[in-house]
Design a protein around this ligand. Structure first.
Ligand code: FES
Length: 183
């Protein structure tokens, strides 16, 4: 039900250990402490309407850590994957996947450690768990959607449960070793 989904999303959002609202073309840095950046970085209404790109410095995201941010009103996950997570994602037989995509198709060449995906379950839009320390990551070291039990792997691909598609990859590019522009 839409209401239940909204409630779950809200609860999940509150649990987030890092939640960022980013401003247009603003470089976002992350500290070890949760810092509400909403007021400083929230773009003005015109910028939001224009859907301007945002720049993100990935340097503060430690290996194994993930963050959330919003772009064009949509939730995005950025994960700094561990070597184990990358190896697991690469070892998958793509032919067995519901939405067949290689891991290489979902990351930028030379930056395999960073995965950038939209953060809403492709079933009914809940926010999957797997970013905060201690969160369940599902059976495939990625994300677990508690609403109806979808499991995504460390490449954000749907591996188990009712979700029909992988978590989509938004348009982005690296403009420096550890800096990306989304949009
Ligand atoms: S919304 Fe149904 S499994 Fe995620």
């Amino acid at each position: 039900m839409a209401h239940a989904t909204d409630t779950k999303s809200t609860e999940t959002t509150r649990r987030d250990f890092l939640m960022l609202a980013t401003g247009a073309a603003g470089v976002v840095g992350l500290g070890a402490v949760v810092v509400p950046l909403v007021s400083q970085l929230a773009p003005d209404a015109q910028t939001v309407a224009a859907g301007a790109p945002i720049d993100l410095d990935l340097t503060p995201i430690a290996e194994g850590q993930a963050i959330k941010l919003f772009w064009r009103g949509k939730l995005i996950f950025v994960r700094h994957r561990t070597k184990k997570e990358i190896e697991e994602a690469r070892a998958v037989d793509v032919a067995t996947l519901k939405d067949p995509q290689t891991d290489a198709q979902r990351v930028k060449a030379g930056h395999d450690q960073f995965l950038v995906v939209y953060g809403n379950c492709t079933h009914l839009g809940c926010v999957p768990l797997g970013n905060a320390p201690g969160d369940p990551k599902g059976d495939f070291d990625g994300w677990f959607c508690p609403c109806h039990g979808s499991h995504y792997d460390s490449s954000g691909r749907i591996r188990k449960g009712p979700a029909p598609l992988n978590l989509p990859v938004p348009p982005y590019a690296f403009n420096a070793d550890a800096k990306i522009r989304i949009g």
